[in-house]
Design a protein around this ligand. Structure first.
Ligand code: PEP
Ligand code: MN
Length: 262
């Protein structure tokens, strides 16, 4: 992952768009796959606004075992249907090695969540996958630990890794996590991989998502992972940090004014 090994920025070409420093890529969608109708409506809205990557979890790592755990394989089927109908690229989380083949087949980018950033068996398994991996930063991981996690994936032969800052644990309680935008310049200096920012999990509150999205772009991020839902107050997970479509459209207009390349 180091620039000492490879000086030039890694660029990840996908049918829906190229991820790298010359483009600013938006990935948006609900926290979870809830129903086919809702996921498809979201995908259609995104495509109509030029957003070509849909995020939604079929396997959900919830803090409580009694919370909604995701639709599992049925969720993957819904995501594939959204891709077939709209052409949108699918980004979805893989939580365990058992489901690696199913998730790899259903998606275009495999997400590894913050809680699994140092699940070395899982990192080794996605190192054998042929789809890009979006590697979220562990909630208490240093930059070096995060880059070493990327190294686990790359050591297996999969060089298509995207880093994603999603906030770290601090003493602050005004936000769900502390979005560490200050990690972007050193990450870019040390490492050639694309870096994304997730201001939704980073703040936990939808009102603060636009400001932190614009700040991420200004700090040098290559893209954003945003939670968006047609009716955030009725979402089955993370509604408080999800933008509704009007708020998403307003943010897209502000981002477009600053980053015409997306
Ligand atoms: C998510 O993106 O829905 C998610 C669970 O993120 P994180 O792993 O950053 O908590
Ligand atoms: Mn979420």
């Amino acid at each position: 992952a180091s620039r000492e090994m490879k000086h030039d920025d890694t660029v990840i070409p996908l049918a829906q768009g190229t991820i790298g420093p010359k483009t600013f890529t938006l990935i948006a969608g609900p926290c979870s796959v809830e129903t086919e109708a809702l996921t498809l409506a979201t995908a259609e809205h995104l495509v109509s606004r030029g957003v070509k990557f849909l995020r939604a979890g079929a396997f959900k790592p919830r803090s409580s075992p009694y919370s909604f755990q995701g639709l599992g394989l049925e969720g993957l089927r819904i995501l594939q249907k959204c891709r077939e109908k709209t052409g949108i690229a699918i980004v979805t989380e893989l939580m365990d090695t058992e489901h690696a083949s199913a998730v790899e087949e259903a998606c275009d980018i495999i997400q590894i969540g913050t809680r699994n950033m140092q699940n070395f068996a899982l990192l080794k398994r996605v190192g054998k996958c042929r789809k890009p991996v979006l590697l979220k930063r562990g909630m208490s991981a240093t930059l070096e630990e995060w880059l070493m996690a990327a190294e686990y994936v790359m050591a297996g032969g999969n060089y298509q890794v995207i880093l994603c800052e999603r906030g770290v644990r601090t003493f602050s309680d005004h936000s769900r996590n502390t979005l560490d935008l200050s990690v972007i310049p050193p990450a870019k200096a040390l490492c050639h991989l694309p870096i994304f920012v997730d201001p939704s999990h980073g703040t936990g509150k939808r009102a603060y998502v636009p400001a932190m999205s614009l700040a991420a772009l200004a700090a040098g991020a290559d893209g954003l992972l945003l939670e968006a839902h047609p009716e955030p107050d009725h979402a089955m997970s993370d509604g408080a940090q999800s933008l509704d479509f009007a708020a998403l459209d307003a943010l897209l207009a502000r981002l477009k004014a600053l980053a015409p390349a997306f």
